[in-house]
Write a protein that binds this ligand. Sequence first.
Ligand code: GTP
Length: 342
Amino acid sequence: MTATPSSPPVPATEPSDAPDDLSSLEGMLANLKKSSPGTTDTTGQRCGLVAIVGKPNVGKSTLLNAVVGQKISITSRKAQTTRHRITGIRTRDNTQFVFVDTPGFQTHHNNALNRSLNKTVLGAVGDVDLILFVVEAGSFTLADAKVLSLLKQDIPVLLIANKLDNVHRRAEIAPWLQTMQERHQFAEFVPMSAKNAKDVERLFAICAKYLPEQGWWYAEDELTDRSEKFQAAETVREKLFRLTGDELPYTSTVIIDKFEEEPPARKGQKRLLKIAATIVVERDGHKAMVIGDKGERIKRIGMETRVELEKLMDAKVFIEVWVKVRSGWADDEARVRSFGYE
Ligand SMILES: Nc1nc2c(ncn2[C@@H]2O[C@H](COP(=O)(O)OP(=O)(O)OP(=O)(O)O)[C@@H](O)[C@H]2O)c(=O)[nH]1
């Protein structure tokens, strides 16, 4: 169920509403261009940036992992698990899609962490070729409306009505789509489930025509420009959220204190990664929660992280996980920056 766009896609040229964040986007674009293969024949190639936006928990990271075909962004049932702009890259036929994941737009609290998250969202939508605006099929709340209000009319936006598998009365979707049509001039409607491989397949074909004809920026098999260190932090954070459920506030974070690589001792062996990670929480009670009974939970976080990283990085991994209390860190601008948020 897709509608044809009424006008051809126009690449964005106007500055975003968030000048602070534009500079980081420009830096990213410069990096992208640097890695251009350059020498190969680029005739017929398409390449461009696709931003995935939406309020927390609508399935943005699940969608990103599905389109990239590998786990790049962490997911959990807890809202706000995505805090960084993450690029996932996928090259299909003649088109290279460079996906930009964004944090869920936070509207409830106005602390430093949330202000930083919102700026990342604004930066991500300012200068891309296509925006996938993700909502839960059949639903549209005030938080969705806030995100939608940030999107400019000059960049094509696809309405991704996700979690269609949760909608049992499909007949209700058509009138809902009609109301959505009045909210924004969407280029197309895409009802789908990020967990359904066929839907994801169809999405590539829908998106391809919005990307400009130009040579690819990355090698055909590249999946992300994020470092292994970053992925290690993300994996610890995912295990932390999965294993603490709703008990732990989302303001906890993870810092990597050590990331060392040793080459294989002998031919045929794997390289060794020595990692030390610290989980930062706001209160003593949260620390006890992370540690668990007789240290059982923190051990499990470390063990599950190790198993996943060994697979992801094709290496032997040795990881230590610590927990420490820094009360009020999410309210403190300088500290938020020191933990790596923009
Ligand atoms: N049933 C169903 N569940 C989905 C689908 N897509 C995502 N989910 C679930 O929705 C929850 C949130 O998914 P995420 O991908 O973490 O959502 P997000 O929008 O990235 O969340 P934030 O990081 O908080 O912004 C997870 O439990 C997913 O498994 C879908 O198509 N169908």
